[in-house]
Design a protein around this ligand. Sequence first.
Ligand SMILES: NC(=O)c1ccc[n+]([C@@H]2O[C@H](COP(=O)([O-])OP(=O)(O)OC[C@H]3O[C@@H](n4cnc5c(N)ncnc54)[C@H](O)[C@@H]3O)[C@@H](O)[C@H]2O)c1
Length: 88
Amino acid sequence: MPVRNWSGIAFELAKEGANVVVSDIDMSGCETVVKEIESLGAKGLAVKCDVSKKIEVDQMVKAAVDKFGSLDILVNNAGVYPLSRFWS
Ligand SMILES: NC(=O)c1ccc[n+]([C@@H]2O[C@H](COP(=O)([O-])OP(=O)(O)OC[C@H]3O[C@@H](n4cnc5c(N)ncnc54)[C@H](O)[C@@H]3O)[C@@H](O)[C@H]2O)c1
């Protein structure tokens, strides 16, 4: 099992040489993902962010640029994919 569902995206980017900011509203496991990114030879940073709040997105982008100098790739993967019955 992956540490987080989305961690494979972060690891593939790190393998290609990208430094990766991992961000989620739920930070459980994020520091573990950063350690794995660093074991792949890239740099990582974990930042808590609720993407529905502009101020938090601005702070996350600032943290990324402060640490790595620029933001070159953005993966918009946050959110939920609820399944529900057509007839409820
Ligand atoms: N699973 C599917 O079959 C499927 C299909 C089509 C599209 N998608 C889309 O792909 C993306 C990921 O889906 P998934 O199935 O991996 O979902 P998931 O529930 O496994 O992961 C979603 C992640 O988003 C985070 N998150 C939720 N609200 C957030 C917020 N406001 N700010 C920051 N992070 C937040 C959650 O903590 C979680 O880590 C979603 O945008 C979803 O709509 C999924």
